[in-house]
Design a protein around this ligand. Structure first.
Ligand SMILES: Cc1cc2nc3c(=O)[nH]c(=O)nc-3n(C[C@H](O)[C@H](O)[C@H](O)COP(=O)(O)OP(=O)(O)OC[C@H]3O[C@@H](n4cnc5c(N)ncnc54)[C@H](O)[C@@H]3O)c2cc1C
Length: 259
């Protein structure tokens, strides 16, 4: 058995097509508009928000005599007034590695604004079982001994069944059927991989829900790690959050919940 912790990789994010954006600004009559957005994701949020009132500069819409300058104040205002739908325009792509099926099963409950690809345990043969060991078990010597012994026995059974069914000798289709059969006795805590993409509005909501002290330990750890990445990468979208350590994991909270 291998003891692991969830790992987060931010592998993709929205990119501005500068030529296309410039063509739109020319069309609108504000060819010199620019912003200090720290990322393309925050820039697209600002553009999509400003187009609603044509608030790129004062007077462009005669009803608008003052505009907020700068990406930070602009996004802060959007979050304050709960105009969260503009955050949906920016999309991020994560890979979560060494996360249990406990975590992935909870995460798929978030349907709005997500895309999911999950490592197939029908195709991928289980040999060494990797697992996150929750604190209560890790800190109890006897509990730990039972936990490790059980997982090691499960590993042994996987190998015994693989060899009983002579998995290596079969064509791929049959291997797949047998592998799928064997995963039925794999534990729910087995670490696996998930590709998870979401828009920025969804990400705010999921971070709030899943780092809350009432959430499950491993998913709290996963989303506190997600938060440490996105707070630095998208400082204006996550600038209103505060953290408080609860049981060694950051609880990420804001007064502007679920915008
Ligand atoms: C601490 C904790 C404990 C939990 N325990 C359980 C449990 O015991 N059993 C269980 O089954 N689940 C449990 N859940 C899962 C929970 O019920 C939700 O399914 C999960 O948190 C997804 O969040 P969401 O409903 O906000 O949906 P998301 O898909 O994240 O959607 C975001 C928001 O979009 C809106 N939305 C999304 N879909 C719809 C829709 N179809 N219609 C209208 N509005 C929509 C809602 O406003 C929603 O809040 C738990 C979650 C947490 C955080």
């Amino acid at each position: 058995m291998k003891s692991v912790e969830p790992k987060v990789f931010l592998v993709g994010e929205t990119k501005i097509n500068s030529k296309g954006l410039q063509a739109y600004l020319d069309y609108l009559g504000v060819p010199n508009w620019e912003t200090d957005a720290p990322s393309d994701s925050e820039k697209i949020v600002e553009v999509m928000g400003r187009l609603c009132y044509r608030s790129f500069e004062p007077g462009l819409n005669p009803n608008v005599t003052k505009v907020r300058q700068g990406n930070k104040p602009y996004i802060e205002h959007i979050i304050e007034v709960g105009h969260g739908s503009v955050l949906e325009h920016a999309y991020l792509n994560f890979i979560f590695a060494d996360v249990s099926r406990v975590v992935t099963h909870e995460l798929v409950r978030h349907r709005a604004g997500t895309a999911i690809s999950q490592e197939s345990l029908r195709f991928v043969r289980l040999e060494t079982l990797s697992m996150y060991i929750p604190t209560h078990i890790r800190e109890n010597e006897e509990g730990m001994e039972i936990f490790v012994r059980t997982v090691e026995e499960m590993e042994r059974l996987q190998k015994e069944l693989s060899s009983l069914f002579e998995l290596d000798k079969h064509p791929f289709e049959l291997k797949k059927q047998i592998t799928s059969g064997l995963r039925r006795i794999a534990p729910m805590g087995v670490a696996t991989t998930m590709g998870w993409s979401c828009n920025l509005r969804t990400l705010r909501h999921v971070i709030e829900q899943r780092t809350d002290p009432s959430a499950e330990e491993e998913i709290r750890l996963l989303f506190s790690n997600v938060f440490s990445i996105v707070r630095n990468h998208f400082p204006n979208v996550f600038g209103d959050y505060e953290t408080e350590m609860v049981n060694g994991i950051a609880w990420v909270k804001t007064k502007h919940k679920k915008v």
